[in-house]
Design a protein around this ligand. Sequence first.
Ligand code: 1PZ
Length: 185
Amino acid sequence: MANTEGEKPLRKIAEAFKDLAAVVNSETLELEVGPFSHACSLISPLFGCLGIAFKFAELDYVAKVGDLAEASKSIATLQALVDRDVESNCVRNAGSHTRNLLRVKRGIDMVRVLFEQIIASEGNSLKDPASTAYAQVFAPHHGWAIRKAVAAGMYALPTKAQLLKKLNEDGKCMKPQHGLRWKTI
Ligand code: 1PZ
């Protein structure tokens, strides 16, 4: 799925998470469920750029972010959300808000590590950065069948250049002297 002409999904994500970081770093304000789930929802368009193989990951992630968005209607902060589930002793239950929060948190960790790897790696392959990020973030928590399916899906990923083009980040409006490797691929 191509992105709307001129839209920059990565910028939107970066801005939303910068705002959340300011709240976290303030050490006085509490993170609200609404802005958190909204920032997490901005990641969903990335799946469309990764190809059909990651459709199942998208469905799982979108459902869990949707659950947090729904929870935000009655629960103000992430702390309150976790406290409630701890009190009800349902933190580990499938579908609990806290369990979904943990899965979503791993999803945003995955995005962070993936782009760190993309910037750090040479060449045009997305498979290596994605495999490293998956091994670091999700693999320890996934069973054999899912790990095998993800490994197979890695072969169907677009190239780095194709991904950045789909995200409207192919560097056309950036100054080359910044010298980030991915701008020259
Ligand atoms: C560029 C390469 C991107 C690779 C993305 C790899 C993500 C693979 C995750 C695929 C697993 C989806 C299948 C469902 C797994 C569920 O068993 C678990 C547990 O859920 P529960 O039992 O609590 O209902 N779900 C997860 O582990 C959450 C998976 C979310 C995936 C988000 C990935 C975000 C990455 C975006 C990359 C642009």
